[in-house]
Design a protein around this ligand. Structure first.
Ligand SMILES: Nc1ncnc2c1ncn2[C@@H]1O[C@H](COP(=O)(O)OP(=O)(O)OP(=O)(O)O)[C@@H](O)[C@H]1O
Length: 259
C-alpha cells in the first residue's frame, strides 16, 4: 500500500454565488507516493500543485475521487503531514525555540520532553544558537529552517513543502536545497515539494511529476536514480532537465467548466 494515494482526485470550485457553475482546477489525478520518496511537483502557474498539496494536507477535500494516507481517507490536517509554506509562518511574538515548542503543544507531544525535542530539531537545522532570538532577527532562509525544524520536532512522516525557498536569493536557496537533500537522505522522510524550477527538481527529487495547465492533470513522471550526480552541470542532470523542459506547458490557459 502506498503511503499517500490520490485516486481520480478532482477538485472544482464554484464560480458563481448560486453554485450552478464550477471550474475544474484539478482533473482526475492518480498519484501514489511511497514512504521515503522525494516527489517534486512541477508545472505552470495555476495548474493545481498547491491544490494537490492542500488535499494531501487535509486542508481541503476532493470534489470527486479520493485522497488516502496509509489507506485511510484524509479527513483533515494532522501532525504526521507537516506543511512548510512559501510565506514565513512563524509567530513573531515567540522566540525561535518557543515557535517549535508551540507546534509540539498543538500536536499534544509529551510535555516534559518538548523543550529538548525542540532544541534537538533546531540543532539538526543548524539553529540551536538562535533558539532565544525573535523571528524578526532571522533571515528568510533561517525562518524556513525553523519551519523545517518544527516538522522534525513533530516527527512528521510527510513534509509537504509549497515552494518553500522560492522567496530566497539564489545562494540561500541552493544552501537550503542542499541541507534539505542531506536531511532527506539521513532521515528518509517522505517529501512532496512544489517548485517552478526544473533545476531544483532535478537536484532534489527521487521522482518528478509534471502537471499540465488548467485544469491540472499529470502529463509526465520521471524517476530520478539515487546515484544521479546532483550537479546541474552533469550530462545526466542536463539530459533530464531538457526532457522535462521540452514537455513543460507554456502556461495555464484553458478553463474547464462543470455544469
Ligand atoms: N479556494 C479557491 N477557490 C477558487 N479557486 C481556487 C481556490 N484555490 C485555488 N483555486 C484555483 O485553482 C487553480 C489552481 O491553483 P493552485 O494554487 O493549485 O495552482 P499552482 O499550480 O499551485 O500555481 P502557482 O504555481 O502559481 O502557485 C488556480 O486557477 C486557482 O485560482
Amino acid at each position: 500500500m502506498a503511503l499517500i494515494e490520490l485516486s481520480h482526485a478532482t477538485k472544482a470550485y464554484w464560480t458563481d454565488r448560486s453554485k450552478r457553475r464550477a471550474r475544474i482546477v484539478l482533473d482526475d489525478v492518480d498519484l501514489a507516493i511511497e514512504e521515503g520518496e522525494f516527489v517534486c511537483l512541477i508545472g505552470p502557474s495555476g495548474c493545481g500543485k498547491t491544490v494537490t498539496l492542500n488535499l494531501i494536507a487535509g486542508f481541503e477535500q476532493p470534489t470527486r475521487g479520493s485522497v488516502r494516507y496509509r489507506g485511510r481517507e484524509v479527513a483533515g490536517p494532522g501532525p504526521e503531514r507537516g506543511v512548510v509554506f512559501q510565506e514565513y509562518s512563524l509567530l513573531p511574538w515567540l522566540t525561535v525555540l518557543e515557535n517549535v515548542v508551540f507546534a509540539l503543544d498543538s500536536c499534544g507531544a509529551p510535555r516534559a520532553a518538548r523543550r529538548d525535542t525542540a532544541l534537538s530539531a533546531l540543532r539538526a537545522v543548524g539553529l540551536a544558537e538562535f533558539a532565544d532570538q525573535r523571528p524578526n532577527l532571522l533571515s528568510g532562509g533561517m525562518k524556513q529552517r525553523v519551519a523545517i525544524a518544527r516538522l522534525l520536532a513533530m516527527d512528521s512522516d510527510v513534509f509537504l513543502m509549497d515552494e518553500p525557498f522560492s522567496a530566497l536569493d539564489e545562494q540561500t536557496r541552493a544552501a537550503l536545497d542542499a541541507s534539505l537533500f542531506h536531511l532527506w537522505r539521513e532521515r528518509r522522510k517522505t517529501v512532496v515539494f512544489i517548485t517552478h524550477n526544473i533545476s531544483e527538481a532535478v537536484l532534489l527529487a527521487s521522482r518528478i511529476v509534471l502537471y499540465s495547465g488548467t485544469p491540472g492533470s499529470i502529463i509526465g513522471q520521471w524517476r530520478v536514480p539515487e546515484d544521479l550526480p546532483r550537479d546541474a552541470g552533469s550530462p545526466e542532470a542536463r539530459r533530464l532537465h531538457a526532457e522535462i523542459r521540452d514537455l513543460m506547458p507554456a502556461s495555464a490557459c484553458s478553463f474547464a467548466e462543470d455544469a
